[in-house]
Design a binder for this molecule. Sequence first.
Ligand code: SAM
Length: 275
Amino acid sequence: MEQKQKGNLYVVATPIGNLEDITLRAIKTLKEVDLIAAEDTRHTLKLLNHLEITKPMISYHRHNEEIRCENLIKELKEGKNIALVSDAGTPGICDPGEEIIKKCIEEDIRVIPIPGACAMINALIASGISTKEFSFLGFLPLNKKRRKEKIEEIKNSNKTIIIYEAPHKLKNTLNDLSSILEDRKIVLARELTKIHEEYIRGTINELIEKSENLKGEIVLIIEGNKIKEENKLNNLTLEKHFEFYKKQGLDKKEIIKKIAKDRNVSKNEIYQYFI
Ligand code: SAM
């Protein structure tokens, strides 16, 4: 018997507030697929109505992920093209998606991402905090022990940290962060792309004061541990400190300047040592 050509799974990003934040390709995909698997069909219907798209929908959320996965894979194997959407932003990022994507890969079904809005990336780029290296942690664990361990991890990381948080848990989270990170720089990004979009910048303790009774959707961007890298370097011998920058491709003059800055001494002092 001839084998049917499998369909594709399109992982389609939708707006995180402003309905205009959807790409032409996402709209085209939603129009062309056979079926839309949505986290909440009523929620997605509003978007489809706005875009004047009529399409069969099926729910795909945390509580039916396993069983729905099987049905969707069957449809994909029969040649149907399916778009996966979540309530907001990019499916799979703190939203359902991971399971069906893994299953498609196992079954040799093509997974095609259709890029678009994602709260964490937009909060990060507008935060003013370093975007060079960052870790996205999603929501912090609720379990006390694991939560404490996670915050300890944040304390020791020199990467920018991105966290999602619900408004009613914000105060508690800021207090927990403050008890371990003390007064680290932080930016709260709220209601991105919506009318009340807002950024509150300061230290964690300042934010505790400034964010009383805040509502809406929230992303926290925490500056990486700045002291750690310098301390680590300053604990090295001067030769090893020199080697560290040499490996980064810096020339002797630049290296001496950097070491002097790290150790808060004059360039001449370092220069004298090396001659
Ligand atoms: N998949 C989504 C994405 O791509 O960002 C994230 C979904 S997760 C269930 C929901 C969380 O994302 C919210 O609690 C909030 O932390 C963050 N979020 C979503 N939309 C947002 C917005 N417009 N402004 C700020 N944060 C938002």
